[in-house]
Design a protein around this ligand. Structure first.
Ligand code: BDR
Ligand code: CA
Length: 312
């Protein structure tokens, strides 16, 4: 059983990552020790609320969910309702009840992280939002990070990916402080993992009577429309779910050790991530940059896992 701590900014693709992790948890492949949230797609209270709600709809009410840092290290918070919907879960809004808010524990997210690291020496940390919590906490071994665009067009500016752009200082610090290489899943890989209405139907079927299944069409419809408006087609890139599969080595992938740095000060290049492929800097490797992932295997892994957990 692999112990896992997830740090996310739920978010539609974060939500699908949660659905997958919940299934792995039920199957005993992982132990989802807890989830902390960052501000990014929506504000931090909303990401915590969304996370808790998604886990409840996966019949996993007992997983601790805590809100992390409310704002990026140095720049003002910018959120993206145009990508994920006003509250972060597409067209779904009815779940936002006062009761849900009061259920979110007031415990400090840093206590959750300390306890998880101390209890589980082989803990995996998976970060699918801006790196604000990671940079604030300090280095964590066996971290996987979704973020960046390496020799690949950004999705937020010509050169920057969203998570790295929201908190560029945190991304920079996370790599600067790393004591072992951070596994990095960047846009060039994660954009390949897409869901369309047909594959969504297969996901919904695999979830059976799991409550989240009934909400997925309206959550994903927003994401499909967003990607269509971006010229990508009527589909959605599910970055954070693919990141979890790679973090947990559930699908074949290739990666390369190298040094990464992030531009944090320039306005033009804010959040631009740079991999020193030729070793110009002569600095020790701080990243294991994922180069390729088996996307067909990822689709099969998702359906197999959801189906198995549903039929336990
Ligand atoms: C990343 O940005 C967010 O909008 C997604 O949840 C994902 O983590 C992709 O750039
Ligand atoms: Ca995310």
């Amino acid at each position: 059983m692999i112990p896992v701590l997830l740090d996310c900014d739920t978010g539609i693709d974060d939500a699908l990552a949660l659905v997958y992790l919940a299934a792995l948890h039920k199957l005993g492949t992982i132990k989802l020790v807890g989830v902390s949230t960052t501000a990014g797609n929506v504000d931090v209270a909303q990401t915590a609320l969304n996370t808790q709600w998604v886990l409840e709809q996966c019949d996993l009410k007992e997983i601790p969910v805590v809100a992390g840092q409310a704002v990026p290290l140095e720049v003002p918070l910018v959120t993206t309702p145009e990508t994920h919907g006003q509250h972060g879960l597409g067209y779904i809004t009815g779940y936002i009840t006062p009761e849900l808010h009061t259920q979110i524990p007031a415990a400090s997210w840093q206590e959750l992280w300390h306890e998880a690291i101390n209890t589980y020496p082989d803990l995996r940390l998976i970060v699918t939002g801006p790196a604000t919590n990671l940079a604030t906490f300090g280095p964590v071994s066996r971290t996987t990070l979704m973020g960046g665009a390496y020799l690949y067009p950004g999705n937020t500016t010509p050169t920057a990916e969203w998570n790295s752009w929201v908190d560029p200082h945190a991304a920079k610090q996370a790599f600067a402080q790393a004591t072992d290489p951070i596994k990095v899943c960047s846009l060039g890989v994660t954009e390949q993992f897409t869901i369309n209405p047909t594959s969504l139907n297969a996901v919904i079927a695999a979830l059976g009577r799991t409550p989240i299944a009934q909400y997925l069409p309206e959550i994903l419809r927003f994401y499909f429309e967003f990607h269509e408006a971006q010229g990508e087609g009527y589909l959605a890139q599910i970055h954070d779910l693919l990141t979890c599969m790679i973090a947990l080595e559930q699908i074949p992938f290739t990666a390369r050790e190298l040094t990464i740095d992030v531009e944090a000060e320039s306005e033009l290049l804010r959040g631009t991530t740079i991999a020193d492929i030729r070793g110009h800097w002569g600095r020790p490797a701080n990243a294991n940059l994922v180069q390729t992932a088996d996307i067909a295997a990822a689709h099969a892994e998702l359906l197999r896992t959801l189906h198995a957990a549903t039929n336990l």
